[in-house]
Design a protein around this ligand. Sequence first.
Ligand SMILES: [Zn+2]
Length: 65
Amino acid sequence: MPKREDDTYRYAYGHPPACTCVDCVNRRLRKRRSRKKIIAIVVIVVVVAVVIGIFHNQIAQFFGS
Ligand SMILES: [Zn+2]
């Protein structure tokens, strides 16, 4: 019976943004993880690009001198 009431509540009002049920928490964690992954990939790409740029300058100076 409490489960039915819970389902009825969810169907009637949906899940609020601050819902702490297992489904919503897992969904939010997945979103956060995917966002963190995207941010981590972007940071790695930027760092690699900067490092490559520094190395390119050093290589150019080494061959130029
Ligand atoms: Zn929920």
